[in-house]
Design a protein around this ligand. Structure first.
Ligand SMILES: Nc1ncnc2c1ncn2[C@@H]1O[C@H](COP(=O)(O)OP(=O)(O)OP(=O)(O)O)[C@@H](O)[C@H]1O
Ligand SMILES: O=C(O)c1ccc[n+]([C@@H]2O[C@H](COP(=O)([O-])O)[C@@H](O)[C@H]2O)c1
Length: 237
């Protein structure tokens, strides 16, 4: 059984992503876990060099602007849902050179927030299924917990490798209270989200003639406005 640290004081959620662009899947993931886990802070962390995403990624400084707009959209969603979590867009991965490894971010955030904070890395089932491809992935839980949300077309269990199943069995907790009171070392799986949206699909739609079909139901209002102002994801670009 993994070492667990109990009685955390501050609860810090971490949502890392390429955010190319941010969408309602990110907003709902963040809203759901901020409420469920009573997060004090949510850090939105745009990836500097998302080394697994290929070459056609929008420059980091533009994705940062989109993430900042999404942070404002999220703040509005929090007011609407009466969630008291503070939101910060953290440039930690953009300011660090080289590939964006979660382990480096987790270590730096632990040093920043101290040993008493509960650090909770939020992710979708697709990211969790890919965890064994991340740099030093087994060490990640020495610094943070994981909260994993279900995602359509990414079933957990069937895609998952034996090594990850064993890791999950060692660290799984079945209730969110255990997670929020642990400083690191636990994994909570939540199967209540079903948002069938992805950045790739939305980029493709924005790139085609059906651009007008994208509404704030897909990409939140301020983020969509920023995409339009910057002229992103157009056929010609
Ligand atoms: N619809 C969704 N439901 C649940 N989690 C999601 C959803 N979309 C993204 N996430 C999670 O948000 C984090 C950041 O995602 P990312 O910025 O890579 O967007 P994406 O839509 O997954 O991109 P891509 O189209 O390249 O797969 C990841 O942990 C991912 O699993
Ligand atoms: O640490 C790694 O090797 C690693 C590999 C892929 C993704 N990640 C992290 O996962 C988060 C989401 O990444 P992505 O690629 O799904 O947008 C982001 O914070 C990345 O830093 C991390």
């Amino acid at each position: 059984m993994a070492v667990q640290a109990q009685n955390a004081s501050q609860k810090i959620g971490i949502l890392g992503g390429t955010f190319d662009p941010p969408h309602l899947g990110h907003i709902k993931l963040a809203t759901h876990f901020s409420k469920l886990l009573h997060l004090d802070q949510l850090l939105l962390i745009p990836s500097g060099e998302p080394w697994q995403k290929g070459v056609d990624i929008t420059p980091a400084n533009i994705r940062l602007q989109l993430t900042q707009a999404a942070g404002l959209d999220l703040a509005q969603a929090f007011i609407h849902s009466k969630i008291n979590t503070a939101i910060t867009v953290d440039r930690i991965e953009i300011e660090r050179s080289g590939p964006s490894y979660a382990i480096d971010t987790a270590k730096a955030l632990r040093a920043h927030w101290g040993m008493d904070a509960s650090l909770i890395w939020l992710m979708g089932a697709d990211a969790f299924n890919q965890l064994p491809t991340w740099n030093s992935w087994k060490h990640l839980l020495n610094y943070v917990n994981l909260a994993v949300a279900s995602r359509p077309n990414h079933p957990m269990g069937t895609e998952i490798q034996p090594e990850l199943t064993e890791f999950l069995n060692q660290h799984l907790c079945i209730d969110p209270e255990t997670l929020e009171n642990s400083r690191f070392g636990r994994i909570y799986i939540d199967d209540s989200l079903a948002v069938d949206l992805s950045s790739t699909h939305l980029r493709n739609q924005l790139n085609r003639a059906d651009r007008s079909l994208i509404t704030p139901e897909h990409i939140p209002a301020r983020t969509l406005e920023r995409i339009t102002t910057l002229g992103l994801y157009k056929q010609s670009s």
